[in-house]
Each structure stands twice: as structure tokens, then as C-alpha cells.
Design a protein around this ligand. Structure first.
Ligand code: BEZ
Ligand code: FE
Length: 290
């Protein structure tokens, strides 16, 4: 095709997609929609060539700062509400199961495996409030899920995750726990504080371009998994934290808000958080997907 025009360019590019022997049905679906929406966006805003080059430079810089400590594209997706949207589409709530929310960029695989009730706190901060976190993991019928794995991670009282803070011990405030024969889990952590997502580099440029702040409400991250059940990636928010109604990554759900209560007299921690989870059986997910 030689005579590409504003009117026909989208059809021409979509028409250039390979034959079905070269391109799967899903690839065709994705590329057709991507090309249509990208072209629609460029036309909508009358994108200038300087802006196009600026966007290319922005993406190149985002790529260059990615490392095993910083996944800039997840951050950009979070700031734009894309990760939360993908999560809601992938994990629709069909019954009584707990809601999921974004993973974010700070998860580390293979956290320390700790016994029930152990502490994830390796370094004490002067202003910290310790919290005993406990609850039950059940299936949709209320039966205990025995031997479920819970990965938990959170920021320190200085607002930093350990892998972004050279002054914290490796894997501080991270741990892997298991539910007991009653589906019960327990651990000691610190009260999570609100923190700004990284606002330097391209994530910061995007936030400033949008005129949005970087702050997240205080939360604990969880990944719950057990064979036969849908893996639940979620967060539990402190009912008394700031930013619940204006999260920079749009990830708060009412059902994920928990109350940090004052611990009883003589307890080993300052606070107690009780939070139960319901896991959905994997079969039910597959049936819903079909
Ligand atoms: C987090 O909760 O750790 C997080 C989520 C999205 C972007 C940045 C951080
Ligand atoms: Fe977080």
C-alpha cells in the first residue's frame, strides 16, 4: 500500500498483520485493538512529532533504570491505574472470596520461612508500633485451609522497603508463614506507615505530568497460596491511615481495610490486627473463565 492517509492508516497497519499461520488469534486480537487505540489517541490529542520523540525518550529512560531493585514499568502501570484494572479483570469476585489488589514492585521471592507467631522485625525503629497479626484462612464453605502459605511484606517505619534502604537488614519485614491445622496464621510485624512510591526518575515525571501525589496508605502485603486454590495477591489497609481515599495507585478496597486495635495489657506487641481471608478453589476460577 503506497497511499497511506490519515483515514486509512489504521486499516493498513491492521491489514499488515501476519497470516493465521504466523499470528495466533490472541496476538491478532491484541494488536488490532492496540493499533486502533494508539492511532485513536494520537488523532485525539493531535500528537506532535516533538511529543512523540519525548515519549520515546521517556520510555527509553524508563527501560534504562530498570534493575532487580526497580521495575519502572510496573510503577508506571500503577500510576496510570493499569495494574489495578488488569487485576480486577483477571480476578473478578464471584462469591465470598477475599478481594485481590495490586502486587506492586517491591515483592521479593523466597522470603525467610518463619514459624507461626514469629516476628518479621529484624531492626527496631524508635517510633515503631509492633503488631500481632493473626486470622483464619478458609474456603468459600467456611472450612479451614490447612497448610496455606502466606508471604507478607511491608515498609518500615521510615516508609522504605528493605530492598530500597541500605540501612535495613536483608529481608527485614518479610516472611513466609503457614496456616496450622485450623487454618490459623499469626506473625509479628510493625504498623505499616503511609509512604510515597518512588517519585524520582520517570515515575516522578509521570506523577508531575498528571499533577498527582505519590502517597500510598499504610498497608501490609500478602500472597496466599495453596494447591487447588486461586493464589490471592492482596493488601490489608490500616483503617486509621491517611490516603485511603486518594491512593496514588488506586488499589484500596473497602473489604481490605482492617482495624489495628490496642493490644491487651501484658501482650508482647503494642497492637493487634485480626484479619481473615477466604480463598476460592481453583476449579471455580476455571469454570468462571469458561
Ligand atoms: C506497593 O504497594 O508496594 C506499591 C504498589 C504500586 C506501586 C508502588 C508500590
Ligand atoms: Fe506497598
Amino acid at each position: 500500500m503506497r497511499n497511506v492517509t490519515i483515514e486509512n492508516v489504521s486499516d493498513v497497519v491492521i491489514g499488515s498483520l501476519g497470516k493465521s499461520s504466523e499470528v495466533s488469534v490472541r496476538q491478532r486480537e491484541i494488536m488490532t485493538s492496540l493499533i486502533s487505540h494508539l492511532h485513536g489517541f494520537v488523532k485525539d490529542v493531535n500528537l506532535t512529532h516533538a511529543e512523540f520523540l519525548g515519549a520515546c525518550d521517556f520510555l527509553a529512560r524508563a527501560g534504562h533504570i530498570c534493575s532487580d531493585k526497580r521495575q519502572e514499568f510496573i510503577l508506571l502501570g500503577d500510576i496510570l491505574g493499569v495494574e489495578v484494572l488488569v487485576d480486577m479483570i483477571s480476578n473478578p469476585v464471584a462469591g465470598s472470596e477475599s478481594e485481590s489488589t495490586v502486587l506492586g514492585p517491591f515483592y521479593r521471592e523466597n522470603p525467610p520461612v518463619l514459624p507461626k507467631g514469629a516476628s518479621t522485625v529484624q531492626k527496631a525503629f524508635p517510633d515503631q508500633e509492633t503488631v500481632y497479626v493473626e486470622g483464619y484462612v478458609r474456603d468459600a464453605d467456611g472450612n479451614p485451609v490447612v497448610g496455606a502459605t502466606l508471604d507478607i511484606w511491608e515498609d518500615a517505619p521510615n516508609g522504605l522497603y528493605e530492598n530500597h534502604d541500605p540501612d535495613q537488614p536483608d529481608y527485614n519485614l518479610r516472611g513466609r508463614f503457614e496456616t496450622d491445622e485450623n487454618g490459623h496464621y499469626a506473625l509479628v510485624a510493625v504498623r505499616p506507615v503511609p509512604y510515597p512510591i518512588p517519585e524520582d526518575e520517570t515515575a516522578g515525571e509521570l506523577l508531575h505530568f498528571m499533577g498527582h501525589h505519590p502517597n500510598r496508605p499504610g498497608h501490609l502485603h500478602f500472597i496466599l497460596s495453596k494447591d487447588g486454590y486461586r493464589t490471592l495477591i492482596t493488601q490489608v489497609y490500616d483503617a486509621d491511615t491517611e490516603w485511603l481515599d486518594n491512593d496514588s495507585v488506586f488499589a484500596v478496597k473497602e473489604s481490605l481495610i482492617g482495624k489495628f486495635e490496642k493490644a491487651p495489657e501484658g501482650a508482647d506487641t503494642d497492637l493487634v490486627l485480626r484479619f481473615d481471608f477466604v480463598l476460592r478453589e481453583a476449579d471455580a476460577v476455571q469454570l468462571a473463565a469458561e
